[in-house]
Design a protein around this ligand. Structure first.
Ligand SMILES: Nc1ncnc2c1ncn2[C@@H]1O[C@H](COP(=O)(O)OP(=O)(O)OP(=O)(O)O)[C@@H](O)[C@H]1O
Ligand SMILES: [Mg+2]
Length: 264
């Protein structure tokens, strides 16, 4: 039986797809069978982020419309044999692509995977419902900005209308230098305000998209690499450690790093 986790946020552009892809990679690397399902139908970009756009033959809409079997729409990661992606489509028939039909596809992945990670579109309307309906857990992504926190709060309230048994918060794009200088809210404080368990902290990282191993070299020197592995271990229930974005900005060396970063 797979754990079906929707990655959602309300606000657009906060890092749902990035977190879905990189968390999936980290879980697969730790010997879990993982499938990433792109439910951002019409505005899909999980295929681009994971570098599989040229390998797509069928997509989730084809599965729903009965044009192929579930397995035929799965694209295997080049580096991680445990990691698969079910791509989304650019266009679709609204009458057929319902929350119930998306759930059927998600359920059909149950026996083959340990994790089904569902990449949710932005917003809280019908596309949100389509993505959340088939999940039994949620990760709510937020950035340390008021507008993102407000939307996350709305989403957390809405999750109670669905069959979500467990949910947690991931704070993305955290800048340790700004936290040290009291210009950005601390992630623990964000979780306290939203009254939700914090399962991950991901730093602001210019190299973040190069993390995935799909036909590319995994960049283990990325700061976010460790953060995603910590998040994966927390999701697996093995640890409850959080990435400390302020660590490298502490002490006298950290003081100069902060000063340099300010000038960039
Ligand atoms: N921790 C990070 N550090 C630096 N850049 C990031 C980080 N997380 C995400 N980004 C960048 O932010 C942009 C938006 O990310 P992403 O597409 O994952 O957001 P999204 O929530 O899925 O957006 P949408 O709501 O449109 O689906 C991308 O260019 C991505 O590379
Ligand atoms: Mg996205």
């Amino acid at each position: 039986m797979a754990r079906k986790i929707v990655i959602t946020s309300g606000k657009g552009g906060v890092g749902k797809t990035t977190i879905c892809a990189n968390l999936g990679f980290a879980l697969a690397k730790q010997n879990n069978r993982v499938v990433l399902v792109d439910v951002d139908i019409g505005l899909n970009n999980l295929d681009v982020v994971t570098g599989i756009e040229n390998k797509i033959v069928f997509d989730i809409v084809d599965v729903i419309e009965g044009k192929c079997r579930t397995k035929q729409a799965l694209v295997q990661d080049l580096d991680q044999p445990n990691l698969y992606i079910m791509p989304s489509a650019h266009s679709y028939n609204k009458a057929q692509v319902t929350a119930e039909n998306v759930k059927k596809v998600v359920d059909s992945l149950n026996d083959f995977f340990d994790f089904v990670l569902i990449d949710c579109p932005a917003g809280i309307d019908e596309p949100f419902k389509r993505a959340v309906f088939g999940a039994d857990e949620a990760i709510v992504v937020v950035t340390p900005h008021l507008s993102s926190m407000r939307d996350a709060d709305k989403v957390l309230l809405m999750l109670s209308d669905y069959n979500i048994k467990d949910y947690s918060l991931v704070v993305n794009r955290v800048r340790g230098d700004m936290i040290m200088d009291k210009e950005m809210m601390d992630s623990a404080k964000i979780a306290e305000i939203l009254d939700v368990r914090l399962s991950g902290i991901i730093p602001e990282d210019d190299n973040i998209t190069t993390l995935l191993g799909v036909g590319k070299t995994v960049n283990k020197n990325c700061e976010s690499f460790d953060a995603f592995f910590m998040l994966a271990k927390n999701i697996l229930g093995e640890t409850d450690k959080l990435f400390d974005c302020t660590e490298k900005y502490k002490g006298i060396v950290g003081f100069f790093k902060r000063a340099i970063r300010r000038k960039i």
